[in-house]
Design a binder for this molecule. Structure first.
Ligand code: PHE
Ligand code: NA
Length: 456
């Protein structure tokens, strides 16, 4: 069976960008930057992008392109060439992707609900109590029951699963590429419209000032550097089977280095847009409520589902800007969710040699069932734990193992040669240096730090 292929270079880049740009850019990046030195965070962030993000992306694109397989096959082939078994590393990554898929879709579901609520701001004035007590039903008097379906949460989640499965089911060209070509331009337009309106509001510029004003006293803090590296791996979707699967559908003649640079730069550029959007809103809200901005900034789910709704209440044209914001969140989330599911589906197709349609039905059916079981409030509590473990430990472990095996057991220079042969411009020796030394050292430090924090 001929392997499927992307229809065009733009199509591939939009799909890769669709995976990279996700919930992480719109709400994780802004508060990470804020918490880690504001404008000064850009220095470690850009350093991590150059020394880890770009080289890692080039490496994954090369491996997928060369070995034409999802993660398990790529690693199995690499292992064979050295005479040992490595397929497990691919399955470990696929497993991480599958776990992420389950909770990522829950957040997309919330965003779909909030898209509807935002039309009339039906969250009322106490957005905190609305989110936690009424919507998620996590209040004191609602007992935690695992497995009891809550339709107001389950139905939007089912819609998200529906769109994802349709895209993956319809194939690389006809599904994923087509969806990305609609979703990505739409996302950029929506975010630019939002920013265009919001920065004109009183106080918005003070918000931006807060985000971009550098606090250089933090720049030598390990915590800041570890946040920057963690954010880069998460935001670029590298290290968990996704970019390997996507690049395995690249046509023979593809410019690897160029594609990797484009994907990384567009994603990181979009993060800055996300930061501008969120902080302009927060600045406006602080001004309206005559509070210091530090009183209105929140992190985690509270930012998107408590603080932003409260800000929308205060905005002019809330019934337009509100839905626009949540639709942007939904689009960003679904295009990433598609890529997570494709990483799993591609691995199943490779392994069982079954058709895409069968594999997609199998994977999405299982995923849907599991996420339904976890849609109750008991599941939501679990989700928090899983999220912490995946982001802070599993993902970094997987990246570290991948780097060490690839750069110390294999000749990393070969991967660089391969990427350069396929590309119009070449990457220099810095590529080897980053992947062999800087990347593993930084990852190891962060991982050890996270493990210590977890055990404490
Ligand atoms: N890169 C995505 C983001 O920034 C996150 C993501 C995680 C994407 C897992 C795919 C899989 O939100
Ligand atoms: Na991202």
């Amino acid at each position: 069976m001929q392997r499927e292929q992307w229809n065009s270079r733009t199509g591939f880049i939009l799909a890769a960008v669709g995976s990279a740009i996700g919930l992480g850019n719109i709400w994780r990046f802004p508060y990470m930057a804020y918490e880690n030195g504001g404008g000064a965070f850009f220095i470690p962030y850009l350093f991590a992008m150059l020394t880890a993000g770009i080289p890692f992306m080039i490496m994954e694109f090369s491996l997928g392109h060369k070995h034409r397989g999802a993660a398990p096959r790529v690693f199995a082939k690499l292992g064979e060439s050295l005479g040992f078994k490595l397929e497990w590393l691919g399955w470990f990554q696929v497993f991480i992707a599958a776990v992420i898929a389950i909770y990522y879709v829950a957040i997309i579901g919330w965003a779909i609900s909030y898209f509807v609520f935002s039309i009339t701001q039906s969250w009322g004035t106490d957005t905190n109590s609305f989110f936690f007590n009424e919507y998620l039903q996590l209040g004191d008097n609602s007992p935690t029951k695992l497995g009891s379906l809550q339709f107001h949460i389950a139905i939007p989640m089912a819609i998200a699963w529906g769109i994802t499965s349709l895209a993956v089911f319809s194939g690389v060209k006809g599904g994923i590429e087509r969806a990305s070509k609609i979703m990505m331009p739409l996302l950029f337009i929506m975010v630019l419209l939002l920013i265009g309106r919001i920065v004109l509001l009183p106080g918005a510029l003070d918000g931006l000032n807060y985000l971009f004003r550098p606090d250089f006293s933090m720049i030598l803090d390990v915590k800041v550097w570890s946040a920057a590296y963690g954010q880069i791996f998460f935001t670029l979707s590298v290290g968990f089977a996704i970019m390997l699967a996507y690049s395995s559908y690249l046509p023979e003649k593809s410019d690897i280095n160029n594609n990797a640079f484009m994907t990384v730069l567009i994603n990181c550029g979009f993060s800055i847009l996300g930061g501008i959007m969120i902080f302009a809103v927060l600045g406006y809200m602080a001004a309206e409520q005559a509070k210091p901005i530090t009183d209105v900034v929140t992190s985690g789910v509270g930012l998107a589902f408590v603080t932003i709704p409260a800000a929308i209440n205060l905005l002019p044209l809330p019934y337009i800007l509100g839905p626009l914001f949540f639709l942007a969140l939904v689009v960003a989330g679904i295009s990433s969710h598609i890529s997570i599911i494709e990483a799993v589906v591609a691995a199943v197709i490779d392994k069982l040699a079954i058709s895409r349609k069968k594999a997609a039905l199998m994977v999405c059916g299982t995923g849907f069932t599991v996420s339904m079981a976890f849609s109750s409030n008991g599941g939501l509590l679990l989700l928090d734990l899983v999220d912490y473990f995946i982001n802070n430990i599993a993902l970094l472990t997987s990246c570290l193992i991948e780097l060490i095996i690839l750069t110390w057991l294999f000749k990393i220079a070969d991967i660089r040669d391969y990427a350069n042969q396929c590309s119009e411009f070449s990457v220099g020796k810095w590529f080897n240096l980053c992947l062999r030394f800087i990347g593993p050292i930084m990852l190891a430090i962060i991982l050890i730090k996270n493990l210590i924090n977890t055990l404490r």
